[in-house]
Ligand binder design. Structure first.
Ligand SMILES: [Zn+2]
Length: 292
């Protein structure tokens, strides 16, 4: 066992389908989602199998829209001992919503997920990391809605999101609300994205592994890694007519991602957000302690 295993990192999945990604919003109308072939069930099944194989527990930030249509997906996630968390209801960027509309979206998702999962839902991740300077009120709304942590800020410079000068690691952003930013590595006064998504598919695996190792070793902090079910889905229907940048970002190295995630699970120790950052002891842990 390598020394990196001393620090546990947080493994997270944003549960949404390929037609819901923000970059495709100009090409696929929200009203057309219903008619798209949904692939999320089989992809979550594969992810659950991969996590089981590596005895990994993770956090699944799940869209209310998906939970409503695929309740079994939610039940399977919870039954396998993972943390069920919220990705909002309809995958609208928090920065595009009024405070009232945002409140409605996050309350609706929380209630749906809690009814299906049978547990309190305390974690939230904004679609496209869409909490930034222009909408810091969203933290007040999250607290008011009963969330205890958020993982919605990406402290980098990016064309779609990011707040590069915000803290890189977990911090109390409001009383009773922890913000756990996705992970960056500080190199030459810049924050490099080090936590998954398109960058993980684009970069050779050893580079991604190095980035996480550096965060664990230099910063002595847990990294937060994220991916989406569609990122392991080679057979997903191709969206026609999209711009070349979005096409590249969405499809690059999709055929390699499943196995790369397997390597990550092998090379580091992983856990759920609520356990790592809120020190929660979960039912799953308690059960395994009894069984031992
Ligand atoms: Zn999303």
């Amino acid at each position: 066992m390598s020394e990196q295993k001393a620090i546990r990192n947080a493994m997270t999945v944003d549960v949404e389908d390929y037609f819901q990604v923000s970059a495709f919003a100009p090409y696929i109308a929200r009203g057309d989602w219903e008619g798209c072939e949904c692939r999320v069930e089989r992809n979550i099944e594969r992810i659950l199998a991969l996590f089981a194989q590596h005895q990994t527990k993770a956090t699944f930030f799940t869209l209310g829209w998906i939970a409503e249509r695929y309740p079994q997906v939610v039940r399977d996630i919870v039954a396998a001992g993972h943390e069920l968390a919220s990705h909002g209801y309809g995958h609208e960027r928090a920065s595009d919503l009024s405070p009232q509309a945002f409140m409605q979206d996050i309350v609706r998702a929380k209630k749906l997920l809690e009814d299906l999962g049978g547990h309190e839902v305390i974690g939230y991740r904004a679609p496209s990391f869409s909490i930034g300077k222009s909408n810091l009120w969203a933290f007040d709304t999250l607290r008011e809605a009963g969330y205890q942590y958020s993982s919605s800020v990406y402290p980098i410079q990016h064309d779609h999101y990011g707040m590069p000068d915000s803290p890189r690691f977990a911090y109390p952003v409001r009383e009773g609300l922890l913000e756990v930013p996705v992970t960056t590595l500080r190199v030459m006064n810049k924050n490099l994205p080090s936590s998954g998504g398109g960058y993980f598919r684009l970069l050779p695996y050893p580079v991604s592994r190095w980035l996480i190792r550096q965060v664990n070793a230099q910063d002595q902090q847990s990294a937060v890694f994220y991916f989406h079910p569609w990122e392991i889905d080679v057979d997903q229907p191709r969206v026609a007519g999209i711009d070349s940048k979005s096409r590249f970002r969405h499809y690059v190295n999709i055929a390699r991602t499943h196995d790369r995630i397997g390597r990550l699970l092998q090379d580091f120790a992983w856990g759920r957000m609520d356990e790592i950052f809120l020190g929660r002891r979960t039912a799953a842990l308690a059960t395994s302690a009894v069984a031992a």
